[in-house]
Design a protein around this ligand. Structure first.
Ligand code: PMP
Length: 363
């Protein structure tokens, strides 16, 4: 259907979306079936959009699965807004919040939380350039803390938790922006999960928050309504105009994910894709993976070459070969291949082939 040439998009986010979803958006762009108008024009109070939002929530609940005592919210402001909303709602006066500093995004979350209340850094691997996530034995947890905040996948450094940290009865808050729904997650072990959509869930513009209902009692009525989880929950994410297009597209991605077989099935594909890349990185020593082997991310594969000049050549030549977005985050350099759910396996194969050839000609 599409005649446009699509490159392999390794961007960390916004990122590649399933082709089938893009084609459906294209097909229905002028008029949604039964609505007679496009998703860009429709009232958020229309029955057609209300059912789109309800279906998106239902599909998220199926995929999770999300227990019935959790609310699913569609918010704006990105995951960065959650860096503020989490402490504003959950950091009760006089209490401390424990933060695990596992990467650059965790560090930003800490910086924002400190503006709101008392924060303890339970552990940090900053001294090791965040090449691994902190181990359980390294955590100094505050008894009776308001919550523990973690980042399940560190997008910039390419590390991830293989298992959730044990935090006892303290509510666990997890920034899952870059690994949401790429593998099964135990929602019931969390008090709150948040995720900017623009990696694994859809386009930019919507942030999914999954919050256990008892947490909502902490949101003070004096808070600005737009920053208050309880207000958004009470209004079913329709307190004000939600990001209509982003919710619609996210819904289509959730449908696609269900059709792929759900989280366990997509995790198998993701493991296979990542294993191919790490195997190539480890093959001779020409490439060097930056993350410790036991916490390598399945979503963001980070690696370096012996010299920065060679890395520059790698980026130039890979871009020319139709492998786009492999430049590492500007704060760390090197290369990063983001291979989210919708990234096709044959794109990984193409990168592996390119890496071999690059090593042959530059090694
Ligand atoms: N947390 C993580 C783990 C991220 O990867 C990102 C964005 N790359 C953010 C937070 C910030 O997200 P946003 O741009 O949606 O505010």
């Amino acid at each position: 259907m599409t005649t446009t040439h699509r490159v392999f998009n390794f961007s960390a986010g916004p990122a590649v979306l399933p082709l089938a979803v893009l084609e459906e958006i294209q097909r229905d762009m002028l008029a949604l079936p039964a609505a007679g108008m496009s998703i860009l024009e429709i009232s958020h109070r229309s029955p057609a959009f209300e059912s789109i939002l309800a279906q998106a929530e239902a599909d998220i609940r199926t995929l999770g699965p999300i227990p019935s005592n959790y609310k699913v919210l569609f918010l704006q402001g990105g995951a960065s807004m959650q860096f503020s909303m989490v402490p504003m709602n959950l950091l009760t006066p006089g209490a401390t919040a424990d933060y695990i500093d596992s990467g650059s995004w965790a560090e930003k979350a800490i910086k924002e939380a400190k503006k709101v209340g008392t924060v303890t850094v339970a552990a940090t691997t900053k001294g090791e350039n965040y090449a691994r996530v902190p181990r359980q034995a390294e955590l100094t947890l505050t008894p009776g803390a308001a919550y523990v905040h973690m980042t399940s996948n560190n997008t910039i450094e390419g590390t991830e938790y293989k298992e959730l940290p044990a935090v006892g009865d303290v509510p666990l808050v997890n920034d899952t922006s870059s690994d949401m729904f790429s593998r099964p997650l135990d929602v019931a072990k969390h008090a709150l999960i948040y995720s900017g959509a623009q990696k694994n869930m859809g386009p930019a513009g919507v942030t999914v928050v999954i919050v256990r209902e008892d947490m909502l009692a902490r949101s003070q009525k004096s808070m600005p309504a737009m920053l208050n989880y309880a207000v958004h929950a009470e209004h079913g994410s329709m307190y004000n105009t939600p990001p209509v297009f982003a919710v619609y597209a996210l819904g289509l991605v959730m449908r696609w994910l269900i059709a792929q077989g759900g989280l366990a099935a997509i995790a198998t594909v993701n493991e296979r894709k990542a294993a191919k890349l790490y195997a190539e990185i480890d093959r001779t020593g020409f490439y060097r993976g930056t993350a410790h082997a036991d916490c390598r991310s399945l979503m963001n594969v980070t690696f370096r070459l012996a010299a920065e000049a060679l890395e520059k050549t790698f980026i130039t030549e890979s871009t020319a070969a139709g492998l786009d977005g492999l430049k590492g985050h500007r704060s760390v350099g090197g290369m990063r291949a983001s291979i989210y759910n919708a990234f096709p396996e044959h794109g990984v194969d193409a990168l592996v082939a390119f890496m071999r050839e690059f090593e042959r000609t530059h090694g």
